[in-house]
Design a protein around this ligand. Structure first.
Ligand SMILES: Nc1ncnc2c1ncn2[C@@H]1O[C@H](COP(=O)(O)OP(=O)(O)OP(=O)(O)O)[C@@H](O)[C@H]1O
Ligand SMILES: [Mg+2]
Length: 241
C-alpha cells in the first residue's frame, strides 16, 4: 500500500509565506548629533525579510543604506521605531545578549573586505568561530570546507595581500558564513569587483538563501545585482518604498 506523504515545499519555491518574518522593521528612525546639530538619516523604514529571501537595498549615496544595515546587523540601535529579529525585540536588548545574537545570528560581508592582514585565508575565515568558542580542529576543517565552497581550496594559506580583490571578497564571504547565520548582510559586496567576480558572489548569496534558508540583505548600486534579488527596497529621503 502506498501512502501519499505531503512533501514540504520551500517558501522560495512556492512563494507561500507561512512563517513569521525573520526581520521586521517598523517605523524605524535613526538620527545623529553632530556639533549640536541633528542629522536625520532614516525617517521611516518599514519592511520585512523572510528566511529564504534575498532583498536588495538600493538608494543614492548618503541615503542611509549602510546606516540601516548597521541597525539590521545589531551594530547600531535605532533612534525610534522597532526592529524585531527572530521574534526578539532588539531595541530592549542589553549589550551582552545583543552581541550574542549578532555573533550567532548575523554574518557580514563589507565592501572593503575587512580581512586581517598577515593572517591566512583559513585564519580569517575562522575568526567568528574563535569568538564562538568552536574547537580548533573543527574550526580548521570548517574553514577549509568553506574556502573550497567559494573556489579557494588552493589558496588556504594565502594572506590577503597575496589575493586578488575578488578572492579577498570570497574569503570575506566564507568568513560571514562560518557560523551558518540566519541573516547575511552584504554592504556593496561587489562594489570593487569585475563582472565575473560579482556574479560569483551573488550566486553564493542566492544559494545561501535557497539552500540554507538564510535571509540575505544586500546593499547595491548595481542594477544587475538588484535584478537578481527577490525584492528591492529603495531608500528615498530616509524612507523605504
Ligand atoms: N555616525 C555618524 N554620525 C553622523 N552622521 C552619520 C553617521 N553615520 C552616517 N552618517 C550620515 O548619514 C548619512 C547616510 O550615511 P550612509 O553611510 O548610511 O549612506 P549610504 O547610503 O550607505 O551611502 P553610500 O552609498 O555612499 O555608501 C550620511 O550623510 C552620513 O554622513
Ligand atoms: Mg554605504
Amino acid at each position: 500500500m502506498s501512502v501519499d506523504v505531503p512533501v514540504p515545499v520551500p517558501v522560495a519555491v512556492s512563494g507561500r509565506r507561512t512563517s513569521a518574518p525573520l526581520l521586521r522593521v517598523e517605523r524605524l528612525t535613526r538620527h545623529f548629533e553632530v556639533s549640536g546639530t541633528r542629522i536625520d538619516v532614516l525617517l521611516d523604514c518599514t519592511f520585512d525579510v523572510h528566511r529564504g529571501e534575498v532583498v536588495a537595498i538600493i538608494g543614492q549615496s548618503g541615503s542611509g543604506k549602510s546606516t540601516l544595515l548597521n541597525v539590521l546587523g545589531l551594530l547600531d540601535t535605532p533612534s525610534s521605531g522597532s526592529y524585531t529579529f527572530d521574534a526578539v525585540d532588539t531595541t530592549v536588548l542589553r549589550e551582552g545578549p545583543r552581541s550574542r545574537l549578532r555573533g550567532e545570528g548575523v554574518g557580514f560581508v563589507f565592501q572593503q573586505f575587512h580581512l586581517l592582514e598577515r593572517r591566512s585565508a583559513l585564519a580569517n575565515v575562522a575568526v567568528p568561530m574563535v569568538l564562538g568558542g568552536v574547537p580548533a580542529l573543527r574550526r580548521r576543517s570548517r574553514a577549509k570546507e568553506l574556502l573550497e565552497s567559494v573556489g579557494l581550496g588552493h589558496r588556504l594559506n594565502s594572506q590577503p595581500h597575496q589575493l586578488s580583490g575578488g578572492e579577498q571578497q570570497r574569503v570575506a564571504l566564507a568568513r560571514a558564513l562560518s557560523r551558518e547565520p540566519a541573516l547575511i548582510l552584504a554592504d556593496e559586496p561587489t562594489g570593487a569587483l569585475d563582472a565575473a567576480s560579482s556574479t560569483m558572489i551573488m550566486d553564493q548569496l542566492i544559494e545561501q538563501a535557497r539552500v540554507r534558508d538564510s535571509a540575505v540583505v544586500v546593499v547595491t548600486h548595481d542594477p544587475k545585482i538588484a535584478d537578481r534579488a527577490d525584492r528591492v527596497v529603495e531608500l528615498v529621503e530616509g524612507r523605504t518604498r
